[in-house]
Design a protein around this ligand. Structure first.
Ligand code: NAP
Length: 283
């Protein structure tokens, strides 16, 4: 039976580090602060906002909510973004996406100051990930996967890693970060041929496809470490990942459960970015 890689263990360690940094900042009278920028009342946004604001409270990070009506204009959105960029008391901005269709998301993202881009969505942050510099921040979920590998002492050097999914939010940055950890990386997507044999060859598998149970026993082999990023709702209305857990746990060595895996780590990574942005603002 596979060992579970538990998000709560990783989060606890991450939270300790964040709290320690917050304490040092407070000694220097710096209060790390995050701004939530939300348009409308999408249930997904509200749920993420609740989780993130609660985590901020737990970790001593302050926050403010900037909420625009669903029918706000592009000008109002850009004005708000500009205000948040200028406000020196705000260290990080989380803009919920997707924005309503009438708004130009690309323009809003392009305006965000990469130094405050705690969600890793600007071109500046992407450049930071690809070039391995400290510009902006890595997308939180991709970083959460790396935090899990690090916490459990999984050395990626020389290992074969497969990432299923090539989105800018998870798949691509996760692949680049694995290369940074000296893994040999293959990225799979909907056009990949004979995916089961590609995935079976891997030592480390990160799955971010957004398809419940897309990776079943046929894709897996003994000794693998599997990180399941997927968050889906199955036919019974229950949360589930992209990996068919019941089959996987009989085959692989280690696996993250859903729920209880990557999700909670992602929230702490986000809050950690606010704190890191506050640290960088001192330099
Ligand atoms: P996305 O933008 O829809 O991208 C999905 C990627 O998976 C695409 O590159 C797609 O390939 C690939 N894909 C889809 N079906 C596939 C299949 N059958 N075989 C091979 N590749 C396939 O999704 P995302 O934003 O990256 O999110 C992925 C999952 O992670 C979702 O379940 C999402 O809810 C979850 N998520 C979790 C967290 C967390 O904190 N745990 C955070 C963010 C996202 P193509 O490019 O060819 O279309």
């Amino acid at each position: 039976m596979a060992k579970q890689l538990l998000g709560k263990e990783v989060t606890a360690a991450l939270n300790d580090r964040i709290r320690a940094t917050v304490a040092v900042l407070k000694e220097r009278e710096v209060m790390p602060k995050m701004a939530f920028l939300r348009v409308g009342e999408r249930p997904d946004d509200l749920s993420y906002e609740r989780g993130a604001s609660k985590r901020c409270e737990t970790l001593g990070v302050t926050y403010e909510k900037y909420i625009l009506p669903n029918d706000c204009t592009q000008e109002e959105l850009l004005e708000t973004m500009n205000r948040l960029n200028q406000d020196e008391s705000i260290h990080g901005i989380l803009m919920f996406r997707p924005l309503p269709d009438h708004l130009n998301e690309e323009e809003a993202v392009a305006m965000m100051d990469p130094a405050k881009d705690i969600d890793g969505i600007t071109a500046g942050s992407m450049a930071g990930v690809f070039m391995g510099t400290n510009q902006g921040f890595a997308p939180c979920t991709a970083q959460a996967c790396m935090e899990i590998l690090d916490y459990y002492g999984i050395d990626c050097t020389g290992k074969k890693a497969v990432v299923v999914g090539r989105s800018l939010v998870v798949g691509k940055p996760a692949a680049i970060m694995l290369i940074g950890k000296n893994a040999t990386v293959t990225v799979c997507h909907t056009r990949t041929k004979d995916m089961p044999s590609v995935v079976r060859e891997a030592d480390i598998v990160i799955v971010a496809a957004g398809r419940p149970g897309v990776i079943d026993g046929r894709y897996l082999s003994e000794g693998q470490i599997v990180i399941d990023v997927g968050i889906n709702v199955n036919e019974e209305g229950k949360l589930c990942g992209d990996v068919c857990y019941d089959e996987a746990e009989q085959i692989v060595d280690m696996i993250t459960p859903v729920p209880g895996g990557v999700g909670s780590v992602t929230t702490s990574v986000l809050v950690g970015h606010v704190v890191e942005a506050a640290v960088r603002s001192l330099k």
